[in-house]
Design a protein around this ligand. Structure first.
Ligand code: GLU
Length: 319
């Protein structure tokens, strides 16, 4: 029995040889790039309506500093809710961070990410920071410290290399269709869990969702989550906060399919309706996969399938 941890360690780090990994990623592109239209795109975000179903990119940034990519990994896409990981990290990295947990819980919601019903029934305390209501509270929390909250999130994502940018056209068209997010923000205000003006909070929230980046940039940006809080440009959050963000990703990061995703892939992940998924292999690497067509829960169809295969072939599942 005493040999088990060492064996597990060996299994998890197997396949980290960067060249072998590069070949594996190319295999995944070959196997999972969609050949026909399947799944859906979100109806409430005009910019995503015309997404080309054939897109498929994957990037792995390793704690050693090596990055391997394949397919459309250099193509910018709307990160949407993947941004919620970074706004949470920004909030938790600040001295006021722990106070956030009196305003938002850390439980899976079991309902749609933009549900109004649950928020009202639970008196304005969102279930977690990755559903829209929770992310609006995080944005509100950030606005107390950073009047330019969405620029700060962009700065954290982009790093000194400046790999991301807000897509202004996508931002404006989504903001014009954000009735539900405005409703959530007004509910939060009415129930005493919003300090800034609802219009301002929604504007910053939608703006951070409208950041465009490539898989390679997102994987690099998320590396701190796999590396005890330290990213390519230095410490982002404490090791303890990085571990806990990973826990919230595992339990709440894949809309109301977090259980199914944990079963299939077994890694902390955060999905966005732009078709991107950020996945963390603690101590090893961060991964970003992108393919725009979504399953019934809002998760990338091809991206999820490719991550399941990658986890199987590398032994990277945390279980
Ligand atoms: N901006 C999107 C919304 O608020 C984000 C959805 C998502 O990626 O989960 O509906």
């Amino acid at each position: 029995m005493s040999g088990a941890p060492a064996l597990l360690q060996a299994r998890r780090s197997a396949g980290v040889d960067p060249d072998a990994l590069g070949g594996l990623l190319r295999d995944l592109v070959h196997e999972f790039r969609p050949a026909r239209v399947q799944g859906s795109v979100p109806g409430h975000i005009p910019h995503l309506a015309a997404a080309d179903f054939r897109h498929f990119g994957i990037a792995v940034a390793m704690v050693s500093g090596e990055v391997r990519t394949a397919g459309d990994a250099g193509e910018p896409f709307l990160i949407q809710s993947i941004s919620k990981v970074f706004s949470l990290a920004l909030a938790l990295g600040h001295e006021d961070g722990p106070a956030l947990w009196s305003r938002v819980l850390r439980e899976p919601s079991g309902t749609a990410f933009n549900s109004l019903v649950q928020l009202e029934a639970e008196r304005g305390i969102p279930r977690n920071p990755f559903i829209n209501a929770g992310a609006l509270v995080v944005t509100d929390h950030l606005l107390d410290t950073f009047p330019d909250a969405s620029d700060q999130v962009l700065g954290l994502l982009s790093g000194p290399a400046g790999g991301g940018a807000v897509n202004t056209e996508a931002f404006e068209s989504e903001l014009a269709r954000s009735e539900r997010n405005f409703a959530l923000a007004h509910f939060l205000a009415d129930l005493g869990n919003l300090r800034n003006r609802p219009s301002e909070v929604v504007r910053h929230y939608v703006r951070q969702c409208s950041i465009e980046m490539s898989c390679a940039d997102v994987a690099r940006a998320g590396l701190f989550l796999a590396n005890d809080g330290v990213g390519p440009s230095g410490r982002v959050v404490s090791a303890s906060a990085a571990k806990r963000i990973g826990a919230v990703m595992l339990t709440c990061g894949m809309y109301d399919a977090a259980g199914e995703f944990a079963y299939r892939v077994g890694l902390p992940s955060k999905s966005g309706v732009g078709g991107g998924i950020l996945t963390v292999v603690p101590g090893v690497c961060s991964i970003c996969v992108w393919s725009p067509r979504l399953d019934a829960h809002g998760n990338s169809l091809a991206g999820t399938a490719a991550l399941a295969e990658l986890a199987d072939r590398t032994g990277w599942s945390i279980f």
